[in-house]
Design a protein around this ligand. Sequence first.
Ligand code: APR
Length: 256
Amino acid sequence: MNDELTLIAERITGARRLTILTGAGISAASGVPTFRGEGGLWRQYRPEDLATPDAFGRDPRLVWEWYAWRRETIAGCQPNAAHDVIARWSAGVRPGSDPGTGRLKVGVITQNVDDLHLRAGTRNLVRIHGSIWELSCWDGCPAGTTPWRDERVPLADLPPRCPHCGGLARPAVVWFGEALRDEHLRAALDATACDVFLTVGTSAIVYPAAGLVHEARRQGAFTAEINLEETPASTAVDVAIHGGAEVILPRLADLL
Ligand code: APR
């Protein structure tokens, strides 16, 4: 593994642009359950059973109970060493890679809605699946289409209401079957034009996020995966490292 880490470090050192895609695994060490790992099931439901417009339309209270449980869990969690390394890199803390500017341009795309990257101070962050701390109007009233922040834990009454029209509020996250926001998709695709693309802690099965590493590779990026387990991306990347992101990323940072 040391050789592989050294190789990634060398590639980052020579890079001008580094893009990092993260998934639920990066927050696992913070205590946030992953979706498909152990503890990912809530009651008997899989995320695909609850995180859909159909499920919400059928039973908004049930879906909100799941989100209320996740909000409570996340509220007690702190960013871990992996979030901290990425936040430092995103602030251009590792100078010297680009003789022109002396800075490495780092972009972070996360599928996580927990906001732990934000809390770690990450810059240049695209939250392609939104935030669990933001709500929008389910009924689509004009004012309520712009998400608003609601960090109450616990939420007073379920389901919460839209403050503008009194209709149902929904979590402002991207559900299965819904499109990413245009500007998020554009930013994520732009970020695939990079020298090094790291995919960290994602099962690499939910698209379009799962396609980004392939797109980066197609454009010539050096690609690497950090994950506890094999994923569908493992055989496609240049280097796959098996281990916890909270252990591997600090080791990688030490090599830079
Ligand atoms: N370090 C690195 N990887 C880890 C760690 C860890 N400490 N712990 C778990 N993992 C890996 C698992 O091996 C798994 O491959 O993280 C991955 C988590 O996978 P998922 O639970 O499927 O999460 P994610 O890939 O983010 O899911 C994508 O699916 O449910 C939707 O919208 C939701 O954003 C989510 C999307």
